[in-house]
Design a protein around this ligand. Sequence first.
Ligand code: MG
Length: 292
Amino acid sequence: MKFITYKNKNKHTKHLGVLLETGIISLEKIGIMYNDMNELIEKISSEEMKKISSISKDTALIPLENINILSPIPCPKQDIICLGINYHAHAIEAERYKEEAFGGERRLPIYFSKRVSNTVSPGEYIDGHFDIVDSLDYECELAIVIKKDAKNVSEEKAFEYIFGYTIINDISARNLQTQHKQWYFGKSLDDFTPIGPCIATVDEFVNPPKLKIMSKVNDELRQNSTTDLLIFDIPYIISDLTKGMTLKSGTIIATGTPSGVGMGFIPPKFLKSGDTVECEIEGIGILKNTVK
Ligand code: MG
């Protein structure tokens, strides 16, 4: 099931829905009422999920042309937890770009956080902050959305704590990221977290999900990999983080990006004003944004 946040064209009120091939089901129209996606993630019951599945696709659909799909989680409850350098090929390209910032042996994951007050919706502009950024980059990533509070979770039980998956473009200012000891500032400027188009529930995939992950800039294929190539996989990440930390319902974890980001090219291909970035993950959809 693909959950979305949307608004009707020319209206401002946000609604929750389920995305189908030919349109969407409005959850409030079938009596499933939550204030926002964070509340839905925490409270939706298996009975409500069954009710949604039983809705006739012919009767309850709103055509896609009548709505705008927004970020599924416009305001995350907390900053996003991110993994750095979690695909081998990306580790090689990052070290080649700047060895002192990205090189060296790593036996354990790199965790960092990304400040996000408001996520960016599919189709919205990304502010490149070109007054302080000279090396704007994209990173297409599979993101995990946690269903219920998780503490001391074993790898075997990790998937029981996942609500679903979405796509994050972990927009990064390489100059700010590498000139500070920590990556936080360079990852956290306003508009640096496009998310969407939906949250596809965990039951839609095999565990762990092996999905094609791609990005394009102005229709040129840049990243092209599969999510089974994660160095630290999803069960490991959830088990490792919950050893000493509670992951609350609604927590978003970005699992890292494959090779083919702008800094990986010689010379680098950084984003400029007017560029359009498409991030695509099989079974979730396409997240497309243009740089302002
Ligand atoms: Mg990243």
